[in-house]
Design a protein around this ligand. Structure first.
Ligand code: FPP
Length: 248
């Protein structure tokens, strides 16, 4: 059998790294099902994969990493699964916060987390407060996030500003609109990775991914490793980004 090709960081061109990698972490449930385990175990294994990917992004000097942890649509899941996911986030922050802080990681949240369980909010506020002055990797967790809701909230913000006389309709352009999105403090993703093979965006950063390169891998999220990340980065570096223009 042919030896599988391996992907290592030294194959990457440091001058062509993406500034922002965003990930739709999909396939936790399928991973568990394949192993005849409850879905929750898939999420737990997903948390372990996430830990490694955050570490890898930090080591590879990627300035921004964003992950889709819980969508506005995920409330439709059984309450036991929703609770498990919330508790997992608390556990993740509890266990990892100090190490993330030691590595100069700044935690950022997008989405309305004021409606999630109190203990979770407390943990998030602590993480935001502790890491707010850090200057390393900006690690954004999308929590109770939906891109359509984000766009509607931004439109409401625009209307309020106009009504208050703080904004003229002529001043609305892509830059001023972007500056009012939840993601106002992070650049648009250069690379969007989706695991588990689904060819969908699932209401994630619809505005922000207008020119992102998309990499879909069949690997289920709990199996996604540093090497898979490097492979996606190598694929990204082999693409030509034209932003609607022509080849140089
Ligand atoms: C999608 O898999 C994954 C999620 C809805 C949750 C992502 C959560 C984690 C990776 C856990 C750790 C996260 C944090 C922030 C601690 P799915 O359940 O939809 O999988 P399926 O499509 O195979 O059923």
């Amino acid at each position: 059998m042919a030896k599988q090709k391996s992907w290592t960081a030294d194959q990457l061109d440091p001058s062509r790294m993406p500034r922002h990698v965003a990930i739709i972490m999909d396939g936790n449930g399928r991973w568990a099902q394949k192993k005849l385990l409850p879905r929750t175990m898939g999420h737990r294994a997903g948390m372990a994969a996430l830990k490694k990917v955050v570490k890898a992004c930090d080591e590879l000097h990627i300035p921004y990493l964003s992950v889709f942890a819980f969508s506005t649509e995920n409330w439709k899941r059984p309450i036991t699964e929703v609770d498990y996911l919330m508790n997992l986030l608390v556990e993740f922050l509890h266990k990892e916060l100090q190490e993330l802080h030691d590595h100069n990681v700044r935690i950022n949240i997008i989405g309305d987390y004021t409606v999630i369980p109190r203990q979770c909010q407390v943990e998030i506020d602590q993480a935001l407060e502790m890491t707010r002055h850090n200057s390393g990797l900006v690690f954004t967790i999308a929590l109770n996030y939906g891109s359509r809701k984000e766009i509607i909230d931004t439109v409401k913000c625009v209307v309020e500003k106009i009504q208050a006389g703080q904004l003229e309709p002529e001043q609305i352009d892509e830059a001023s609109f972007s500056a009012m999105l939840y993601t106002h403090n992070i650049p648009d993703p250069d690379l969007l990775i989706r695991t588990a093979g689904e060819m969908r965006i699932s209401n994630f950063m619809l505005w922000q991914i207008a020119y992102s390169e998309i990499a879909v891998t069949p690997t289920l999220w709990p199996d996604f490793t540093r090497e898979d990340l490097i492979k996606s980065l190598l694929d990204y570096q082999n693409r030509e980004r034209r932003f609607g223009g022509l080849s140089k």
